[in-house]
Each structure stands twice: as C-alpha cells, then as structure tokens.
Write a protein that binds this ligand. Structure first.
Ligand code: HEC
Length: 161
C-alpha cells in the first residue's frame, strides 16, 4: 500500500514539471526581449560620432572611452576641472599647442607652434617623443591606428561638451 502511494506521488512529480513549464516561459520571453533594447546608454554620443568627418565617423565611442583610461591619470576633459599632471583637455581642438590657461608647459611645447586638430593629435598620440622631442608627457603612445581613431573621436565629442 505504501509502495503504491509512493509510485503515485512519483508519477505526479514526474508528470507535473513536463506539463506546467511550457505555457509560462513561451509567453513572457517576447515581452522581456522587447524591453531590453533601451538599455545601451551611449546612443547620444555615438550619434555625435556619426556626424564627424571621415574616418572619425566610423569610430566606436565606447572603445574610445576605454582608450582614454590611459590618459585619465594625467588629464581631465571636463570644462573648468583643475589640471592634473597634464593640462585639462577641454576645448583642445582648435587651440594653439601649450595654451591651456594656468598650466606650465615644457620649453619644447612652449616653443612649438600649431593648432591642435585631428591630424596633429594623431601624430602626437602615436608617439609623443618623436613627434615633439623634449616634451614632458611621459606616455609611450597609442600604436594601434583603430584605437587612436576611436580615442580622437571620443575626444572630439567630450572636449567640446
Ligand atoms: C603620465 C602623464 C600623462 C599621460 C598618461 C598622458 N599625458 Fe598628455 N600630457 C601630459 C603632460 C605633462 C603634458 C604637457 C607636456 C609638456 O608640457 O611638455 C601633456 C600634454 C598633452 C597634450 C597637449 C595639450 C596642450 O594644451 O597643448 C595633449 C593633446 C595630450 N597631452 C593628450 C593626451 C592623451 C589623449 C593621452 C592619453 C592617450 C595623454 N595625453 C596621456 C601628461 C600625460
């Protein structure tokens, strides 16, 4: 008698799961998937990048933000934030080299004369020491061309906000 009840319970237990799950799972899944897309938060910045001149319009904002992690120990980019080891990079595009207010540059930078644009920045970032010997930026450079493109596009968006 006991054995029979046991078997009956086991049968219920075995049948139960195979019948109950399908209805609930097949319905909620589409709803949660539809709710997921709004999650990515860089859409606005990525749209600004799409409006930049080639090849920067093909850059990846998030990848550029990650490359900028290499600069953050020495540079801030928010308007009005204090200089660190390096000058604040806000508004760097279109600015004469070595003219961030209140920052004391090396003689090499003070003697240089050009306006920062994507091209100059690309060369500077590739290898600061060969581009402008004697400057004080202790940074080996970003050798990867795609990383520089993403970084410069990131700077174009962030330095002007
Ligand atoms: C170890 C600290 C350090 C790191 C890391 C660093 N920099 Fe610099 N950067 C400096 C210093 C110091 C100067 C000023 C150089 C001088 O006066 O010779 C400078 C100058 C510059 C300038 C010239 C600014 C001007 O006003 O003319 C740019 C542009 C720049 N850095 C961009 C970057 C970027 C982008 C990165 C990251 C890929 C980076 N730097 C990483 C310290 C650093």
């Amino acid at each position: 008698m006991r054995g029979l009840i046991f078997v009956a319970l086991l049968t219920v237990a075995a049948c139960g799961p195979s019948e109950t799950p399908p209805p609930p799972t097949s319905e909620p899944v589409p709803t949660t998937q539809a709710a997921a897309p709004p999650a990515p938060s860089n859409d606005e910045e990525q749209a600004k990048i799409a409006a930049l001149a080639s090849p920067y319009n093909e850059a990846n904002y998030e990848a550029g933000r990650r490359v900028f992690a290499q600069c953050r120990s020495c540079h801030v980019i928010d308007a009005g934030a204090p200089h660190r080891v390096g000058p604040n990079l806000h508004g760097v595009f279109g600015r004469e080299i070595g003219t961030a207010q209140g920052f004391t540059y090396s003689q090499a930078v003070q003697d240089a004369s050009f306006v920062w644009d994507a091209d100059h920045l690309d060369h500077w970032l590739q290898n600061p020491q060969t581009f402008l010997p004697g400057n004080r930026m202790a940074f080996a450079g970003v050798r990867d061309e795609t990383q520089r493109r993403d970084l410069i596009a990131y700077l174009m968006v962030e330095a002007s906000e």
